[in-house]
Write a protein that binds this ligand. Structure first.
Ligand code: A3P
Length: 320
C-alpha cells in the first residue's frame, strides 16, 4: 500500500511548537518570520511557502483581515469574469454567491492539504491571502505574479475586527481588542508591518504590486475598478466603457447590494464561509463605511493608535 500522507499540521507540528507563543482572546498566536500568526495558519503557510507553484498570470489578492478582503475579492472576480458574465447580468455568480466562495483562500487550502485544487483552477487564477508580503513564497515575489493589496485606516480595522471576533466570543471587550492591536500581537500583526511590507513592494515593483486603500475605493469606486482592471491586464475597452460596465461592476460589488443578497443574510440557509474558523456569511458585511471608529474609541485612544502608526510609517511615503 501507499504511505499515508501527513497533514501539514502533523508534518510541521514540531516546528510550530518551537515558535514563540502568545494567547490572545480566542486565538493562540505563534511568532513566525516576524509576524504573529494564529497557530492554525502556520503549517499551511509553511507548505504554501515551500510548494506553491505560481503561474505568470496568477493574481494574488492580499489584505490584512477586516480591511476589505471580501470587497476586493468581489471586484477582482467581477473584473476577471467579464468574458463569461456581464457585470449587469442577473445571472452573475456574485448575485448568488459570497465572494469567499468564488475565490480560494490560499493559506486555508494549503492548511487543509488541498493545494491540488489550486492546480485544477483555470488560468488566470485568482486567489487570496492574509499573509504579509515578506512571507509570500519567493517565486511570487520575484516572478511574474500580480499582487493586489488593500489596506484601511487601522482604527476602522480595529472596530471591524472587534465586531467580527465578537461573533465567536460575545464577551470580548473593545478595550482588549484595541490593546492587542496596539501591541502588535494580533492575527497577522503587527498591522503596520503588514501594510509596510506591501507598500514597499508596490514602490519597488509597481507593475507587479498594486496598493489600494479601502477609503479611496469608497470615494472613487469607478476609478478603483479601472485601476484594478488595468493592473490585472484586463482594461475596460471603449465599448465596455460606453456600455457602462465599470459602473455595473461597482454596483454589483456594492456593500448594500452584497449585504442584501439572500446568501449573505443573517440566518440565511447560506451556512458559513471559511474553513479555519467558519463564519456565518453575514459576518462579512457590517457597515461598510469609513470613520466608524469614532463611535467606538475615545479621542485619546484614536490619538494613541494614530501616533503608533504614524511613527512606524515615518519616512515611508505612506500615511493614513
Ligand atoms: P465593517 O466591519 O467596518 O463594516 P474583510 O472583508 O477584510 O473581512 O473586511 C470586512 C469589512 O469590509 C467590514 O467592515 C465589511 O462591512 C466591509 N465590506 C464588506 N463588503 C464590502 C463591500 N462590498 N463594500 C464595502 N465594504 C465592504
Amino acid at each position: 500500500g501507499s504511505v499515508p500522507e501527513h497533514t501539514p499540521k502533523e508534518e510541521f507540528g514540531d516546528l510550530v511548537a518551537a515558535l514563540p507563543r502568545r494567547q490572545q482572546s480566542i486565538l493562540e498566536l505563534r511568532l513566525y518570520q516576524g509576524f504573529w500568526l494564529p497557530e492554525h495558519w502556520v503549517p499551511g503557510t509553511i507548505v504554501f511557502q515551500r510548494r506553491f507553484s505560481p503561474r505568470p498570470d496568477d493574481v494574488v489578492l492580499a489584505s490584512y483581515p477586516k480591511c476589505g478582503t471580501t470587497w476586493l475579492k468581489a471586484l477582482a472576480f467581477a473584473v476577471a469574469a467579464r468574458g463569461a458574465y456581464l457585470p449587469a447580468s442577473p445571472a452573475h455568480p456574485l448575485r448568488r454567491l459570497n465572494p469567499h466562495d468564488c475565490i480560494p483562500f490560499i493559506d486555508e487550502i494549503f492548511a487543509a492539504g488541498e493545494h491540488g485544487k489550486l492546480e485544477l483552477l483555470p488560468s488566470p487564477r485568482l486567489m487570496n491571502t492574509h499573509l504579509p508580503y515578506t512571507l509570500l513564497p519567493e517565486p511570487v515575489t520575484t516572478g511574474g505574479c500580480r499582487v493586489v493589496y488593500v489596506c484601511r485606516d487601522p482604527k476602522d480595522m480595529v472596530v471591524s475586527l472587534w465586531h467580527f471576533l465578537r461573533r465567536a466570543k460575545p464577551d470580548l471587550s473593545f478595550a482588549e481588542t484595541f490593546e492587542f492591536v496596539c501591541d502588535g500581537t494580533v492575527a497577522a500583526g503587527p498591522v503596520w508591518d503588514h501594510v509596510l511590507s506591501y507598500w514597499r513592494a508596490s514602490v519597488a515593483r509597481p507593475d507587479r504590486v498594486l496598493f489600494l486603500k479601502y477609503e479611496d475605493m469608497l470615494c472613487d469606486g469607478a476609478g478603483s475598478v479601472r485601476r484594478l482592471a488595468e493592473f490585472m491586464g484586463r482594461p475596460f475597452s471603449p465599448a465596455e466603457e460606453a456600455a457602462g460596465d465599470v459602473a455595473a461592476v461597482v454596483e454589483l460589488c456594492s456593500f448594500d447590494g452584497m449585504k442584501g443578497l439572500e446568501v449573505n443574510k443573517p440566518g440565511a440557509g447560506g451556512g458559513t464561509a471559511g474553513r479555519y474558523r467558519p463564519m456565518p456569511r453575514d459576518a462579512f458585511f457590517r457597515k461598510g463605511i469609513a470613520g466608524d471608529w469614532a463611535n467606538h474609541m475615545t479621542p485619546e485612544m484614536a490619538a494613541r493608535l494614530d501616533g503608533i502608526v504614524r511613527e512606524k510609517l515615518l519616512g515611508t511615503g505612506l500615511a493614513f
